[in-house]
Design a protein around this ligand. Structure first.
Ligand code: UT7
Length: 325
């Protein structure tokens, strides 16, 4: 059995910035409240004509360039998203077509904000099992399209973006461990009520704003801290390491208070945590790969370093992975 490793990483975020000060003009909030409660200063918003697969395409092109891999070498595409271009077919198929990755299989994976960690786990398994040699793993979202800009408890948090990674077979271990978990009992604490088979689109669902994200923030916060801590420690142990051997912790960028609580519980110093939350807010499936790309390009994560990724999201779902970069 071979191993799986990262060959390249790329990301893409829309140019349009929605700042806390901009939000002050449309809802009853303040820069001070958002900054102190979340750590977010601004988020990126896709133009009306831009869909999730468009951002995924830009991130994938950069990842392929970074990996120096031709698209013809890609055996498959796994795309984590909760905001696909359409309910079906998958955005991964649109990405496959646009990239011209004719030989690649393609599927979307829905695991809330843990989408990239779930996609990574699936890709690792396919590579280590010998079925695939090179895979494109993507997390991409246009959350602004499902945001209720009249709900101050959610619209201040989320933004748009995409991150993509090229994974390949390797003689030496690259992804040292990966752990996933879920608790479907709490699915209704973070969800979009309408537009699926439970509540198909109707005049009523539109009138009731059922096509927007809904969240019980306080409950989600508590569960996120517990699950990110537990899965991170599980992934570290599975990699036969101890927390002090982690060079950089790249968590899902949801709220700096969650990051701080987890960091303290795991026992990591502040300088070992990567955050770009202030610039992008919560980009769900895209948050870990965008942060990873920025960590690598800025020199915070260097070749040979050990990184810890973790995420928590709707479902509930969670995941963590330890990687030798
Ligand atoms: O990525 C998936 C995982 N998602 C998350 O991790 C999100 C987790 N949750 C959170 O990050 C936090 O719970 C929030 C940032 C969403 C909310 O922070 P909080 O400290 O839990 O605030 P809260 O919901 O308890 O609200 C406190 C007060 C309330 O007012 P009263 O009832 O105390 O008078 C809210 O109405 O803050 C009020 N509030 C706001 N005030 C100004 C809520 N949102 C806002 C706002 N601006 N945007």
């Amino acid at each position: 059995m071979g191993f799986a490793k990262f060959l390249g990483i790329g990301s893409s975020t829309p140019e349009k910035v929605l700042s806390n000060v901009d939000l002050e003009k449309i809802i009853d909030t303040s820069d001070e409240w958002i900054t102190t409660r979340t750590g977010i200063k601004e988020r990126r918003i896709a133009e009306p004509e831009v869909a999730t697969s468009d951002l995924a395409y830009e991130a994938s092109i950069k990842a392929l360039e970074d990996a120096a891999v031709d698209v013809s070498e890609i055996d498959g595409i796994v795309l984590g998203t909760i905001t696909p271009d359409h309910i079906f077919p998958s955005s991964a198929c649109m990405l496959q077509s646009r990239l011209g990755a004719k030989q690649a299989f393609a599927f979307d994976l829905l695991a809330g904000c843990s989408g990239f960690l779930y996609a990574l786990h699936a890709a690792k398994g396919m590579i280590e099992g010998g079925d695939s040699k090179k895979l494109l793993v993507v997390g991409a979202e246009t959350l602004s399209k499902i945001m209720n800009y009249e709900d101050r408890s959610t619209c201040i948090l989320f933004g748009d973006g995409a991150g993509a990674a090229v994974l390949s077979t390797s003689d030496t271990p690259g992804i040292l461990s990966s752990c996933l978990g879920a608790n479907g009992d709490d699915w209704d604490l973070l969800y979009m009520p309408a537009g699926g088979s439970r509540m198909p689109t109707s005049e009523e669902t539109i009138k009731n704003r059922g096509h927007f994200l809904r969240m019980e923030g306080k409950e989600v916060f508590k569960e996120a801290v517990k699950a990110i801590q537990a899965s991170s420690l599980q992934a570290i142990e599975k990699a036969d390491l101890t927390p002090d051997q982690i060079d950089l912790f790249i968590p899902h960028q949801a709220n700096y208070r969650i990051l701080e609580a987890v960091r303290k519980r795991i026992g990591l110093p502040e300088e070992k945590v990567f955050s770009n939350l202030d610039k992008y807010g919560n980009t769900s499936s895209a948050s870990v790969p965008i942060a990873l790309d920025e960590a690598v390009k800025s020199g915070r994560l260097k070749k040979g370093d050990i990184a810890l990724f973790s995420a928590f999201g709707a479902g509930f779902t969670w995941g963590a992975a330890v990687v030798r970069w």
